[in-house]
Write a protein that binds this ligand. Structure first.
Ligand code: ELE
Length: 217
């Protein structure tokens, strides 16, 4: 293990301790960023993923980093080495991707930024492991075979750790987290676009609280 990957892995382990639920956030308006982050933190969710899917994403992430210190901000939908650089320049603590190209894996392997590549197959997982990434996003988790698929991957890849995302909600969150190789789960169910558009911050806090309750016994 190089010292770069060692320090990156340690940072990621520290970050994931604030989980295990990662709300996947898509912001259309920068003004919604800080109230949304505060609503999630108030509901017990500190580990955030701001997707780079909208023109408002970067400024939204910057506003949360600046104004909501309790939030641990990651940048999602990182598709290219350039996106990874943007995430780092914003001061995000970590970055995630729904997939992984060789160029993105190479850029991430040479960076200090903790990075969680996305995989949906054994071969994609092998690509991530080859580049030193043992913690991966399993995306789209339910559509790619759900819990049986992840249990099957545990056989040949006992060293891999997963953050399943895609199709997870408060009904199945706990089932995923009972798998020993699942370190976090991600999903948009706690911060739906309709609730953000309606500025339903109290409802979002209530959904976050319910999500936290749903993974307890
Ligand atoms: O954009 C990314 O970086 C992704 O990895 C995709 C998201 O994590 C999923 O789209 C969330 O899925 P849902 O919870 O089913 O809405």
């Amino acid at each position: 293990m190089t010292s770069l990957s060692g320090s990156r892995d340690k940072k990621l382990a520290d970050i994931l301790r604030a989980g295990p639920i990662v709300p996947v956030i898509t912001l259309e308006r920068v003004d919604d960023a800080v109230p949304l982050a505060r609503a999630l933190v108030a509901g017990g969710l500190r580990l955030l993923e701001i997707t780079l899917r909208t023109p408002a994403a970067a400024d939204s992430a910057a506003a949360i980093i600046q104004e909501v210190p309790e939030a641990i901000v990651g940048i999602g939908t990182v598709l290219t080495p350039r996106d990874l650089e943007r995430a780092q320049a914003l001061g995000a603590r970590y970055a995630l991707s729904p997939g992984a190209t060789p160029a993105l894996l190479e850029a991430a392997a040479g960076s200090e930024m903790p990075f969680i590549p996305g995989i949906a197959t054994a071969s994609e997982l092998m690509g991530a492991l080859e580049h030193g990434f043992q913690t991966v996003k399993f995306f789209p988790a339910v559509a790619s075979g759900g819990i049986p698929a992840l249990k099957a991957l545990a056989g040949p890849f006992p060293q891999a750790r997963f953050c399943p995302t895609g199709g997870i909600d408060e009904k199945n969150a706990r089932d995923w987290l009972t798998l020993p190789n699942v370190v976090a789960i991600g999903g948009s169910w706690v911060c739906q676009t309709s609730d953000i558009r309606a500025k339903a911050w109290n409802d979002i806090t209530a959904k976050a609280e319910r999500a936290v309750m749903s993974i307890k016994a």
